[in-house]
Design a protein around this ligand. Sequence first.
Ligand code: GLU
Length: 241
Amino acid sequence: MCGIVGAVAQRDVADILVEGLKRLEYRGYDSAGVAIIDNNELLSAKRLGKVQELAQALAEKPLAGGTGIAHTRWATHGAPSEVNAHPHISNNTIAVVHNGIIENHQALRTRLQGLGYEFLSQTDTEVITHLVHHELKTSDSLLAAVQKTVKQLEGAYGTVVMDSRDKDSIIVARSGSPLVIGYGLGENFIASDIMALLPVTRKFSYLEEGDVAQISRFEVNIFDLNGEPVEREAKEANVSH
Ligand code: GLU
């Protein structure tokens, strides 16, 4: 289980995301990637090796946009490679980062292939990406599609999902792999560890097992395992850097 950072803001977030990944490097990882929504389009960059390689790629070809997700991967399914690095993308619209292991990925992969989805990676994670895309066809929101998706997942996940057609929010879900929401002023964040977000906020609330949340710039809505709205107490972090 490795690192996740996400942001919904009005300023460009690529640097915040990469700095967050650097602050999670101590956990070890084999590759890193980022996806950002720019004008209803997903832009992404991935690199095998150090976060610095990703930072270099972004320095050469910057990605602008205020909504984005980033990941450092510790491969469990599929070799360490650029193709297997997260974020994974379905139909140029749904982007996903995931920490953990989806135990029933093979059955889901077979089903999704039957529905016409083409897999580009060897990861277990890619099933989440296509499943959200599929569920969205019969859902009235990305939140509802993610809620339907996580009910079908067996295993451990901390996951963040975004849709290029909606830059105003990201959806996050936690089961067996920690996620923490970071609250800013007119911007909000998600990460697998508060360390990633200390440069941008000190106010955090941890998601509990089974929680799914919609994070927007001015609002955070959290739902429990049963889909009921819940509050998760926000606390000031008492750490120095
Ligand atoms: N199981 C996923 C993969 O192999 C995520 C690994 C991780 O937690 O970094 O891509």
